[in-house]
Ligand binder design. Sequence first.
Ligand SMILES: NC(=O)c1ccc[n+]([C@@H]2O[C@H](COP(=O)([O-])OP(=O)(O)OC[C@H]3O[C@@H](n4cnc5c(N)ncnc54)[C@H](O)[C@@H]3O)[C@@H](O)[C@H]2O)c1
Length: 262
Amino acid sequence: MSRLAGKVAVVTGAGRGTGRVHCERMAQEGADVIALDTVELDGTAGAVEVHGRRCVALRADVRDLDALTEAVTHGVAELGRLDIVVANAGIHATGVPAWEITEDAWQSTLDVNLTGAWHTVKAVIPHFGADGGSIIIISSTNGLRGTANTADYTASKHAVVGLGRTLANELGQQRIRVNTVFPGAVGTAMVLNPATFARLCPGVENPTSEDAAKVLAARNLLPVGWVDPVDVANAVVFLASDEARYITAAQIVVDAGLTQKA
Ligand SMILES: NC(=O)c1ccc[n+]([C@@H]2O[C@H](COP(=O)([O-])OP(=O)(O)OC[C@H]3O[C@@H](n4cnc5c(N)ncnc54)[C@H](O)[C@@H]3O)[C@@H](O)[C@H]2O)c1
């Protein structure tokens, strides 16, 4: 498969979870990858290189604009160009009502999820060439609607939609497309952890992933508790590819029908 042949992609939050799968899927489609995260990236580099593509894997925190700019500049120098950016790094930490969120927790979420996405585009935009490119911002179904006990996360994921809409207006004439993806629950550590299982299944002692899956599946149109990382990555590959060459300022929901269930 070569839908992204000859292209170079930057992915933030690439060390694990969906970010690693974005890298892997894009490599499978022929792209070289600049993979950025605060955690180790050996697994991600391996997942890219197994497809015969190059991976520049670097530690960079999206909260640190200078470090991010340096990492992107280094990666582009190594790989020769830049075509695709996936602003994927994110955290989801709360579980208390809005008025009980601490100042620190609120700021941490905004710093990574919103300011981190803005830093990412700030670091990459100077590197796009005359062919333009594709920026994909990873929001969430919490970027479309609110849910209890997620105010910091929900506010940040709504805010990145505004960032994407604005960028699409600013960058269209340079043929840089900017689209937003809204995953529902995804089967990664962000959801598949004991604290989330307990939140989803109050009253169940030591709830398992099967217990959580039943609760989440009841919220979806399709009979699944969560989508897999590759389902989100497939939407990203499409938006990154020339198949989507006239798609910008669009919003693609990958949520098993969560947000449309009556
Ligand atoms: N898992 C879900 O249910 C779900 C649903 C909707 C949206 N999302 C979004 O998808 C994206 C990926 O989430 P995931 O499920 O793969 O989660 P994950 O926790 O498995 O991975 C997130 C990655 O981001 C990295 N990261 C965190 N802070 C960072 C920072 N300051 N700088 C650089 N990297 C940082 C982490 O180290 C990790 O590798 C996030 O933006 C998340 O909000 C996830």
